[in-house]
Design a protein around this ligand. Sequence first.
Ligand SMILES: C[S@@+](CC[C@H](N)C(=O)[O-])C[C@H]1O[C@@H](n2cnc3c(N)ncnc32)[C@H](O)[C@@H]1O
Length: 299
Amino acid sequence: MLEEVLRFFAPRTGETALDCTVGWGGHAVELLRGVGPEGRLIGIDMDAEHLEGTRRRLSETGLPFELQHGNFAGVQQILAGLGIGQVDMVLADLGMSSMQVDDAGRGFSYSRPGPLDMRMDRSRGRTAAELLASISAEEFATQLRELGDEPEAELIAAAIIQALSRKRLESTDELARIIVEALHPEQPAGKWRVHPLTYKWKTHPAARTFQVLRILVNRELANLQQLLRVIPVVLRPGGRAAIISFHSGEDRLVKIAFRDGLRSGVYETVGEDAVRASEQEKLQNPRSRSAKLRWAVHK
Ligand SMILES: C[S@@+](CC[C@H](N)C(=O)[O-])C[C@H]1O[C@@H](n2cnc3c(N)ncnc32)[C@H](O)[C@@H]1O
């Protein structure tokens, strides 16, 4: 949703932009061009593994920027460490990047065999395997229902915990197989993806479970709640915030925080409805079908 983000921010020369989820720098490079040589871009990512590539990409502009490995929940401390108090723009493009999903070694994908890790920051925290080894069937079923809207939450949680009673789960393909066998014992090798152009995608039986596990492993909702609390503090008067989410629970948090901020007078304006990806983008990038962009302007 690059165009939509740039249209809303309309970055001006000399401004400071903060990209809380810099990823490979797709948004950041355009924000950097917008703020120009007198401006500044700060990019943060919890995942250190692609930051060097992003640094090279941003360097090609010849414009000034800072990249930091860190969690956006700690954005105030990160900015303070750089001697920056407030910024003009805050962007967060939540969730995971295609580079993370495509790298089987990270364990995010149900369709690529890899270790059951799923940490965006591999220097800390519990892996998905460790989390599953310590959760009860009841608790996991609750998370699958509440975070993943998974209609078969109990069945999936019971199958996983039963498998864990026999041996520890270490790989994504083992986990995906357990889920598929529990839900579709008659069709364990079924075809789950229909051509994207038809828009008729059959969700893979393990998709929701993998998403819930990733959200839990990376404490994604708690991080977002903390970011939403500090955005009004780090934005200058008149500063703009834009958040892109891919999950209904995240979108709800953003919608409520912006609405409450408008009511309490923290924000001057907030977008009434979420902005969705264009039809063209949805065709080119199927993941954008679930993207929702919400924005707010500080008083
Ligand atoms: C959808 S991608 C962002 C892509 C980016 N906008 C671009 O143009 O390349 C999301 C990124 O956010 C990072 N991320 C997720 N949660 C984070 C957090 N709490 N703090 C910092 N980065 C986070 C992920 O590691 C991932 O690289």
